[in-house]
Design a protein around this ligand. Structure first.
Ligand SMILES: [Zn+2]
Length: 296
């Protein structure tokens, strides 16, 4: 199923996508950096420099892109890389893992490993190869080797990172809370000005997860895609999900078919979120919501 869902993506990335553009490195706080806004599959990668070494969160879409992360780290420090953490299994966050294999500490929720090992991982890589992203051929699927279920604490140098599992964007999401920095690294649970991919999402759980994240004492939210920002970034994502749920549920109550629901809801969301990226994913989002809320 996962493979099928991702096929939808291939329609969205044409061969005309420019790949030459390099991501910019944003210094979010002292010692905390995010690589953001590379062209194409522009997933963020974040790194924290501690006294003992570096913690990397998400490894981008392939080894070439992951090496850009490593180069950005090396421009700041020669300290060793202690951990690479995957916020979820999607290839644009995990297919650079092999570049960080030397740390021997690739950490994720246990469902991330399930989605990346054996045939499932190979299928997921095939989907990304079909997107014609330069450098995919070099990719060797490298699942995480340190797994947890609900929560994991990592003490690295002077920092305490809380890795907390929630469900929403996938069934294996985690976000990282660094209380001392009042910072959340959210993975794709939060994306800044971008319609999220929902091929394997759980929308009701997702809203609950964002509420939980919003209750934590934080000022900075580093999303899976787009610029880091303050609480408005979290609120905008939550509102999008609530709007999607409300509009689709209204149609279900009226007895509308999926197509009728898409035709009614798509223009409203398109108008409201006209400045967001990936509007072409709205129909997929509406379909996912329709299937989830029809079951209620
Ligand atoms: Zn994702």
């Amino acid at each position: 199923m996962r493979g099928l869902m991702w096929v939808v993506l291939s329609v969205c990335f044409g061969s005309g996508v420019a790949w030459a553009e390099n991501p910019k490195t944003i210094e979010v706080w002292r010692n905390l950096f995010t690589l953001s806004h590379g062209e194409g599959v522009n997933s963020n990668s974040t790194f924290l420099i501690t006294k003992e070494g570096v913690v990397v969160v998400d490894t981008r879409v392939n080894p070439a892109e992951a090496r850009k992360v490593k180069e950005a780290i090396r421009r700041q420090t020669e300290l060793p890389i202690l951990y690479a953490i995957n916020t979820h299994y999607h290839g644009d966050h995990t297919f650079g893992n092999q570049v960080f294999r030397d740390s021997h500490n690739i950490v994720a929720h246990e469902n991330v490993r399930k989605a990346l090992e054996f045939e499932a991982g190979k299928e997921h890589l095939e989907v990304f190869k079909s997107l014609k992203i330069p450098g995919m051929e070099e990719t060797v699927v490298t699942p995480p080797n340190i797994l947890f279920r609900d929560k994991m604490d990592i003490y690295a140098g002077e920092y305490h990172l809380e890795l907390i599992h929630v469900k929403g964007h996938t069934d294996g999401d985690l976000f990282i809370y660094i209380e001392a920095l009042k910072t959340l690294i959210t993975g794709d649970l939060i994306q800044n000005k971008r319609i999220p991919y929902m091929g394997d999402a759980y929308i009701e759980e997702w809203i609950k997860s964002i509420n939980y994240m919003g209750d934590l004492d934080a000022e900075i939210y580093i999303p899976g895609h787009g610029d880091p920002g303050g609480k408005p970034v979290l609120i905008a994502m939550k509102h999008y999900l609530i709007e999607l749920r409300r509009m689709v549920e209204n149609q279900i109550k009226k007895g509308s078919s999926l197509k009728e629901t898409q035709d009614a809801v798509r223009p409203k969301l398109k108008a409201k979120y006209s400045n967001w990226d990936k509007l072409e994913w709205l129909d997929g989002n509406i379909e996912r919501a329709y299937r989830e809320f029809s079951l209620k």
